[in-house]
Write a new protein. Sequence first.
Length: 65
Amino acid sequence: MEMEDELKELIEQIENTVKKAITKQDWDAIYTLRNIAQQMDEQVFDVITKVAIPFMIQEQLEEEN
């Protein structure tokens, strides 16, 4: 649960930053945030598929043996 709470807090911070940028009509900041979000999406996906899932599978195999 702790990790989930941290992720929710991070998302909330990002949303607040985007809202501030919109209020100030800081379009460069909005595009920058969008690009960062796309990069993070790819990186998180890579970490989950290349690191987390194989680790979970390995743990499962060790438990079965």
